[in-house]
Write a protein that binds this ligand. Structure first.
Ligand code: LLP
Length: 404
């Protein structure tokens, strides 16, 4: 098991590179990936890292070296993956609501594509017919995921083509002789119950007989990782067993064995990440003792956007007495990271670390309030490498055109 980065290492990095700073631990990513490949070792399964979770080019290169493929959610992510050295046949573009020009661009780059609307499927058929294999992103009408904001497969979700529109899908497939190589579903994020994936397989197997060119079944991402003490991660060995059983019950009518794809994001990179901030101000009020750090939802939006829980520790005072604090940011919004949290006594200048910050942390950060984005550091083989510079003032003006 990869040893977690120690408080001393994190304090050291914060002192050297300043705060706010995201720190990623390469060996933890490897550990997570190996859990997946070990559990599925006797199966025909491929993992595409959902890189929307964290796209720093060094992370992409590291994951490429580990042997995973990559799943992208924009044409620029596809280009980043190519830049990181992934060959096109290890890149998947799972689209949602995009214009057809991006699909054409992805096709020209030679990557796998999952199309998520009837309109783009029709355009694809008109232009490319049978000449290029393509996948279909379906909405399976399954409710799953940690909260509604990260649930994507239910009946009110915008994602995918509703599976009940299968007749229309088949009309298009027949009309244009489409070569459908893949059926995709992604039901949500933070799915603990492996039965959700089995349900998804059941939905797909109802329609699989209609697709004679099928090679892949893509069950999306969404494996849960522990955020709070006492949380457990998705039981990956059990998942492998259940998926195996489900496929054994449904041999592919086309005869060819189907390869199973997954697209884990959080599972790969959530726990590798640490976000370190420094305490600017302590404020006693009748409501709470506020700890105001040099960050806010401009840098880590998950607590405010999803009510997500991130474990926090005062790494500057690990032996201090426990007290209760509310940890807030310094931007002009109610950017509360945590209400009434027990921390070792906090003083101005202390470093607070937020755990599980690798996935959707830096990636969802912004320059709101004209503040700089955090620095990023990669710790690999015990050495800290700076992998993103801090913004400078010119960055705030870089793309503005001063006409007045
Ligand atoms: N595949 C597709 C098509 C997706 O839309 C997603 C995530 C994934 C894979 C990866 O899901 P994961 O394994 O990371 O759960 N920003 C939110 C999570 C949104 C996930 C969006 N789609 C958060 O911070 O909780």
């Amino acid at each position: 098991m990869a040893q977690a980065l120690s408080s001393e290492q994190l304090v050291d990095i914060a002192g050297t590179y300043g705060t706010p700073v995201y720190v990623y631990h390469a060996e933890k990513i490897e550990e997570q990936y190996r859990k997946l490949t070990t559990a599925f070792s006797n199966t025909n399964t491929v993992f595409f890292y959902a890189c929307k979770a964290l796209t720093n080019i060094n992370i992409l290169k590291h994951i490429k070296e580990l042997g995973a493929n990559v799943d992208c959610s924009s044409i620029n992510e596809v280009k980043l993956a190519l830049h990181a050295g992934f060959p096109p046949n290890r890149i998947l573009y799972t689209s949602n609501g995009i214009g057809f020009s991006e699909i054409e661009e992805a096709k020209n780059l030679g990557v796998y594509i999952n199309i998520d609307s009837l309109s783009n499927l029709e355009k694809f058929g008109q232009k490319f017919g049978h000449s290029y294999p393509v996948g279909i992103r379906l909405r399976p009408n399954i409710m799953a995921g940690g909260n509604l904001k990260i649930s994507t497969g239910h009946e009110k979700s915008k994602f995918g083509i509703p599976v009940d529109q299968i007749e229309t899908i088949l009309e298009l497939v027949n009309k244009y002789n489409l070569r459908i190589c893949d059926l995709h579903i992604h039901t949500g994020s933070e799915i603990k119950d492996v039965e959700v994936f089995v349900k998804g397989i059941e939905v797909l197997f109802n329609i699989i007989p209609h697709f004679k060119d099928l090679e892949f079944i893509d069950l999306g991402g969404g494996f849960k990782v522990p955020y709070k003490d006492g949380d457990v991660e998705t039981d990956i060995p059990l998942l492998a067993q259940k998926v195996g059983e489900a496929f054994a019950n449904h041999p592919n009518p086309g005869g060819k064995p189907l390869q199973v794809w997954f697209e884990p994001g959080k599972f790969m990179v959530s726990e590798c990440g640490y976000f370190i901030t420094q305490v600017n101000v302590m404020k006693e009020t009748s409501a709470a003792t506020f700890v105001s750090v040099d960050s806010g939802f401009n840098h880590l939006i998950r607590p405010m956007f999803y009510d997500a829980y991130h474990r926090i520790e005062n790494i500057s005072n690990p032996n201090g007495p426990k007290k209760t604090y509310s940890v807030v940011g310094n931007i002009c919004e109610t950017d509360t990271f945590a209400w009434h949290r027990e921390l070792n006594e906090v003083r101005e200048g202390d470093y607070l670390v937020f755990y599980n910050a690798g996935a959707y942390g830096f990636e969802m950060s912004s320059n709101f309030n004209s503040r700089y984005k955090p620095v990023e550091i990669l710790v690999k083989d015990g050495t800290a490498h700076q992998i993103r510079k801090r913004d400078v003032f010119e960055d705030l003006l870089r793309n503005q055109i001063e006409v007045l």
